[in-house]
Write a protein that binds this ligand. Structure first.
Ligand SMILES: NC(=O)C1=CN([C@@H]2O[C@H](COP(=O)(O)OP(=O)(O)OC[C@H]3O[C@@H](n4cnc5c(N)ncnc54)[C@H](OP(=O)(O)O)[C@@H]3O)[C@@H](O)[C@H]2O)[C@@H](O)CC1
Ligand SMILES: [K+]
Length: 455
């Protein structure tokens, strides 16, 4: 059982390919999966009775294997099935289970509920009776564990075919799947832990991991740490927040292009002029937080984009550019749209957030940080990182400005724009974890220092 950070994310089809590429039989892989599940259950159950619900496919097969191993280890375990197993491996696993098989419809509840009904093979919504029974048994259990995926979730796109109960833990077999991370599915998974079953293959999608950032050395100075220039607009508070966030993420110098006074004094303030960005020492330019969408905003944006800098483009600025304009920039820009800004810039679509974001990155030749409770970061070269669920308390004004500032600081200091975007998203989520409930964006910006300090 290991955390998902940095591990590959595979769709159902990619899982099948990875399974075939191992050259290991399905029975052996199922035995590895069942062994991992049984080991995890022994720890999680702590001696309490376990009820394993087994479906007709290989997800159910995993359940039978685990049940057999748990019983052999002396644990109190019962099995309830939905139907007879259908796949050869699941039939063999069922035959290996020495105990009784109850009917899911009338099985008595147990302290520990294990859902091995459906995994990556779910092809349609559950029957109402099955779904209701799953909810009943989960509600009476003290602790619930989903094998691979909570039954009812699609695997590849975060869709909910039938709403499952919210599980305490989901054991991802072999690799994380998109629905462990994408909403609305992810909210039903609880804590997701990876069980290694020896699959080697990896695509270009990974779960976001902590970045490897270098601390300053004896030769460092404020410009080597990164000079971030921030272009404000109609609502100056947003750019102020972004400036603090950039400093507290480790930028050496933050230049806020305003003559309005403010604090902290560490922010250097200078009035905007059309030549304000003519400084080769600038490591990254952030434009968008509080920019507005009026003629002044458009002028500042056009003026800025005519310079050869590395840009982080956020908020209002995303409404004042087109993908074609972005694709002509000299340096890869980082765009940070929430879903509304994303739709306005790239149009709407039914495909998964991962695929949409990847296409948008290719279209605009930019790094796209598609924000939300399931932030997806994509690069034009195909790399994708998906952030594990961060604090729901981030849903407050100004947190996007803080994110933009953190990303700008990373962009000023790191050569790879995708890695910079990933590092900023990580710092932002980690800062939120360090804040109390009902924190405000100012607290979040301050907490970036502790998040940076932990790396
Ligand atoms: N890949 C790997 O490396 C490994 C994978 N492993 C495990 O295999 C799991 C995937 O197994 P799987 O493909 O057999 O699919 P699974 O989710 O058990 O269900 C399919 C069955 O359910 C049926 N069915 C579907 N929807 C239904 C519905 N709404 N209501 C009723 N029935 C429905 C469907 O029938 P059909 O759609 O044809 O009617 C079929 O019979 C995976 O999650 C992991 O746990 C590990 O063992 C080892 C390594
Ligand atoms: K399941």
């Amino acid at each position: 059982m290991t955390p998902l950070d940095g591990t590959p994310v595979l769709t159902a089809a990619q899982m099948r390919d990875a399974e075939e590429a191992t050259g290991v039989s399905v029975e052996d892989l199922m035995h590895r999966a069942g062994t991992g599940i049984a080991t995890a259950l022994r720890r999680l159950a702590a001696g309490r009775e376990v009820l394993i619900l087994c479906g007709p496919g290989n997800n159910g097969g995993d359940g039978y294997v685990a049940a057999n191993l748990l019983a052999a280890a002396g644990l109190s375990v019962r099995v309830a099935a939905l139907a007879e197993p259908r796949s050869a491996a699941a039939i063999k696993a069922r035959d290996g289970w020495g105990g009784a098989v109850e009917d899911v419809a009338d099985a008595a509840p147990a302290a520990i509920l294990v859902d091995a009904l459906f995994g990556t093979g779910l092809s349609r919504p559950l029957d109402d009776a099955i779904a209701n029974r799953l909810h009943e048994l989960q509600a009476t259990a003290q602790f619930s564990i989903a094998v691979d995926l909570p039954s009812g979730l699609a695997t590849d796109d975060g869709a909910v075919l039938t709403r499952p109960p919210a599980f305490d833990v989901t054991l991802a077999l072999g690799a994380a799947k998109p629905s462990h991370l994408l909403q609305p599915a992810a909210r039903y998974c609880g804590a997701v832990r990876l069980l290694d079953i020896g699959l080697g293959a990896a695509g270009q999608e990974r779960v976001l991991a902590a970045p490897a950032l270098r601390d300053p050395g004896p030769d460092s100075h404020k410009y080597t740490r990164g000079l971030v220039a921030i272009v404000p607009g109609a609502m100056p508070g947003a750019a102020e927040l972004a400036s603090i966030a950039a400093l507290r993420s480790g930028a050496g110098y933050v230049l806020l292009l305003t003559d309005a006074p403010g604090s902290p004094h560490a922010i250097v303030r200078r009035a905007w002029r059309d030549d304000a960005l003519d400084d080769a020492r600038i490591g990254a330019v952030l434009i968008g937080p509080g920019l507005g969408r009026d003629a002044q905003a458009q002028h500042r944006l056009d003026t800025a984009l005519a310079t050869p800098h590395r840009f982080v483009i956020d908020g209002d600025a995303l409404h004042l550019v087109t993908p074609d304009r972005l694709a002509t920039l000299k340096e890869l820009a980082i765009l940070t749209p929430h879903s509304g800004e994303f739709d306005a810039l790239f149009g709407t679509s039914d495909i998964s957030k991962i695929d949409r974001t990847r296409r948008a990155a290719a279209r605009a030749n930019a790094i796209v940080v598609h924000k939300g409770a399931d932030t997806v970061i994509a690069a034009p070269d195909g790399r994708v990182a998906i952030a594990a669920h961060a604090s729901d308390w981030l849903s407050t004004a100004g947190t996007g400005d803080v994110l933009a500032g953190a990303i700008a600081a990373m962009r000023a200091g790191l050569p790879d724009a995708f890695e910079a975007a990933c590092a900023g998203v990580w710092l932002h989520a980690d800062a939120a974890r360090r804040c109390d409930k009902a924190f405000i964006a100012d607290d979040l910006a301050v907490a970036l220092t502790a998040a940076r300090g932990a790396l």
